[in-house]
Design a protein around this ligand. Structure first.
Ligand SMILES: Cc1cc2nc3c(=O)[nH]c(=O)nc-3n(C[C@H](O)[C@H](O)[C@H](O)COP(=O)(O)O)c2cc1C
Length: 196
């Protein structure tokens, strides 16, 4: 199979754990578009994974949620991180999840997507999140999707009330997949620099 057709594994990290959350609708859109493009796209729901607050204690490494989260990232080619904007930042749940990660994201592309009740769609959250993901030695891509006006963006059944968002998601996925393929080849082929 030509490299361009090989399906990728691209988890969607759902960074909202709030009872009445809306971000799960956006996560479903991201998942569906990734699958439509032929990729495997498990949703890693931080509410379900119920990660403990990071303390660095050894026993946290065997917590089932931590084990599942890290294993899913380890087998990924790329990932999409979705966070609503809370108080001008990404969620505490996302930051806690990242603090549990080791080198599973290293030299892999990542996309940061935002959501907010306001029209901007959480851009302050995504910009800040990209900076943090760089510290994981991940490679954030430029493209993001910002799900603004979240109260009106999704119908009761969770479907998009504004289908043009599908096109924005597809553009981001195409760019992420290009980087994922390039970096997968590079990780397998090119020697690493001295400072890894
Ligand atoms: C604790 C909290 C803080 C928020 N802070 C902001 C904010 O700083 N800027 C903004 O545009 N919206 C803010 N909002 C609105 C959220 O972006 C909006 O409610 C969105 O639906 C939250 O995502 P969720 O439904 O998945 O939790 C905040 C909401 C909560 C619950």
């Amino acid at each position: 199979m030509p490299e361009n057709d090989v399906p990728l594994v691209v988890p969607v990290i759902l960074g909202s754990v709030r009872d009445a959350r809306r971000s799960h609708h956006a996560a479903r859109v991201l998942h569906d578009r990734l699958e439509a493009a032929g990729h495997e796209a498990p949703i890693l729901d931080l509410r379900e994974l119920d990660l403990p607050i990071f303390t660095g204690a050894d026993e946290q490494d065997s917590h089932p949620g931590v084990v599942a989260f890290r294993a899913a990232l380890a087998r990924s080619d790329a990932s999409v991180w979705l966070s609503p904007e809370y108080n001008h930042a990404y969620t505490g749940a996302i930051k806690n999840a990242i603090d549990h990660v080791g080198d599973e994201l290293r030299r892999k592309p990542v996309a940061a997507c935002g959501l907010s009740g306001a029209g901007h769609g959480g851009i302050r959250a995504t910009e800040a999140l990209k900076a943090v993901l760089i510290e994981m030695r991940a490679l954030p891509i430029r493209e993001s999707v910002h799900f603004g006006d979240a109260r009106n963006l999704f119908a009761e059944d969770g479907s998009l009330a504004r289908p043009e968002f599908n096109g924005r998601v597809d553009t981001m996925i195409a760019d992420l997949a290009w980087h994922a393929r390039a970096l997968r080849w590079a990780r397998a082929t090119l020697p690493l620099p001295d400072r890894r």
